[in-house]
Design a protein around this ligand. Structure first.
Ligand code: URA
Length: 277
């Protein structure tokens, strides 16, 4: 896409997301001073304003089965075999393919372990595969996936540069919500992918992904989790939660908020890369 095409695309996306007035982000623009994520170490409260940094306290010591990471696992997150991540990911994919731990193994067509750059700084985590994904064995290839690709493009991220997976690796029949035991059966695969890829930022798509990653109980709403940057593992891993693209296709009222979350993601990533420079 040349710059003119990109501008047109960006404006179309902004319009689709219901943005009034054009905010045109430049790749060189300094990150929003109010949200330098990992460094500033601001209030450790969950009551913060939208866009602020929040220290997530998964505190899994008290409920180890409820969350994605246990305290004891925090240090392991960054100790990953880096020599050949692609091979190691393949091993995880094979384990997923052979998995029969939950009833979804009987109804799936293909497993959908995940796809993308094994060295990605950004990992996207959705809920569970849908019909198209089940047919092709790839995540986010249906209508929600097409929207996701455009959402990434709007903040100048190529889909190939990220790693995309789901909390549950097999399609629940008729796209019903994944059950707690299905999420629990798949958790070791997600943990292994996270340890291996060791992303700097996770974008959690939808309530199931957000609650699983942030270790929140089932009643916690997505609206209380989105709009901020969560710090896990002393800020080594940042998490932003937003609406699932399927929800955006069905409920246009969430589009403006999702757009804000995308901008927050972009600021967070650019703040990280300016810290690295
Ligand atoms: N919805 C998801 O959560 N994941 C997919 O892979 C597709 C649709």
């Amino acid at each position: 896409m040349n710059p003119k095409e990109w501008l047109r695309f960006y404006m179309e996306m902004a319009q689709w997301f219901g943005v009034e007035g054009l905010y045109f982000p430049s790749a060189k623009e300094p990150p929003d001073a109010s949200s330098p994520p990992a460094q500033q170490g601001r209030a450790a409260s969950e009551q913060g304003e939208k866009g602020e940094v929040v220290r997530a306290q998964p505190s899994l010591a008290s409920a180890p089965q409820a969350g994605l990471f246990g305290e004891e696992e925090a240090s392991e997150l960054l100790v990953v075999p880096t020599e050949d991540r692609r091979k190691a990911l393949h091993v995880i994919e094979e384990a997923v393919a052979n998995c029969t731990k939950c009833p979804l193994a009987q109804t799936r067509t293909k497993v959908v372990p995940g796809v993308g750059d094994p060295h990605a700084q950004l990992m996207l985590i959705g809920e569970a595969p849908g019909a198209q994904e089940d047919k092709r064995g790839l995540p986010f290839v249906g209508p929600a996936g097409q929207l996701l690709t455009k959402m990434l493009s709007a903040i100048q991220i190529q889909r190939e540069a990220v790693y995309i997976t789901n909390v549950v690796k097999c399609r629940p029949p008729r796209n019903r919500d994944p059950q707690p035991e299905e999420i629990a059966s798949c958790r070791p695969f997600l943990q292994a992918q996270l340890r291996l890829i060791s992303p700097k930022v996770i974008l959690a798509l939808g309530a199931f992904a957000a609650r699983t990653i942030l270790s929140k109980p089932p009643k916690v709403s997505l609206s209380s989790l989105r709009g901020k940057v969560w710090e896990l593992h002393s800020g080594k891993l940042l998490v932003i939660a937003t609406y699932h693209p399927s929800a955006l296709l069905r409920y246009p009222q969430y589009k403006k908020l999702a757009w804000q979350d995308l901008q927050l993601l972009q600021r967070t990533l650019s703040s990280l890369s300016s810290q690295e420079a």
